[in-house]
Design a protein around this ligand. Sequence first.
Ligand code: ADP
Ligand code: MG
Length: 349
Amino acid sequence: MTDNTNPQRTELSALGEFGLISHLTTGLKTFHKSTLKGVGDDAAVIDNGDEVTLVSKDLLVEGVHFDLTYTPLRHLGYKAAVVNISDIVAMNGTPTQMLVGISVSNRFSVEALDELYAGIRLACERYKVDLVGGDTTSSVSGLFLSITVIGRAKKEEVVYRNTAREHDLICVSGDLGGAYIGLLLLEREKQVYKANPQMQPELEGNDYVLERQLKPEARVDVLEKLRLAGIKPTAMIDISDGLASEVLHIAKDSGLGCRIYENKIPIDVVTADIAAEFKLDPTTAAMNGGEDYELLFTVDVNDFEKVKDLKGIHIIGHMLEKAEGEYLISNGGSLYPIEAQGFDHMKVD
Ligand code: ADP
Ligand code: MG
């Protein structure tokens, strides 16, 4: 693995995260007809008679996905559980069970892991998910946390990423960019603290974005709202990597183009204010920040009347044929190509 003389060696950075997944998984055979969807969506879909079973997994690594200098372990546990639940929700499913794998160094105490589990338990309680197993090992350094969530849905209710159609409306729940701005604040305070440990963190008044970063929620309530309104999205994904990356997933996987209108992207005033402090365009935070865990979905254009007045749902654009490409229409009316610049940990900046 570390043989530098091997001419075959390809750096991971040459592929990036999505390139690597695709490289490792292309041409996989399936042996079971029950595997309805394998790699390539928020969760795998397994046939179970009238219903399907949904399965999703995430792996979080200390120092890469979380920083314990400003992430309380209780919040980490909660967030780790919620972001997996969010992947089941993004399939229009109901989360039901969870397995938790942890790998910990002896730097952690029992009390510390109790805190982590208090967060996981709280998420299980809130989303009515049963913690049914996992695995525990020691690690040489740091904390690794891997969560698998299982869910279910009626077969005809499942919503995939690749089934958007031309003219569909693109919608998003809640508001975007807040989680990234929260992260910037926490990182800034960490630098201040490192420079002068006597300084008190200046975090008051910023609760909204801090909560967006440290304590996201899975939008089960949005699924319920859509169901009550008689709307079934044509495609759906949760926003883990930023609006740009996710809308490209829907467009490319569906073989379509799209337009997003900058002035339609929902951004909270607190997010916009703090972004200004950082001299950062809030649209950039929404497009490329990520971790908002809102739902991005498309609906049939004939559902416009049903969707247009739904509170907390915003129509931000529409799908077009592939040849039209994927563009953001700025407030000034210019067209900018949408590019995925979400957190791609394997790419060199
Ligand atoms: P999400 O952001 O919704 O969690 P990911 O981008 O992590 O989804 O994963 C995209 C798809 O690739 C999913 O179907 C996931 O199960 C699959 N995947 C990710 N890593 C691997 C891997 N190492 N081997 C096989 N499949 C993978
Ligand atoms: Mg997802």
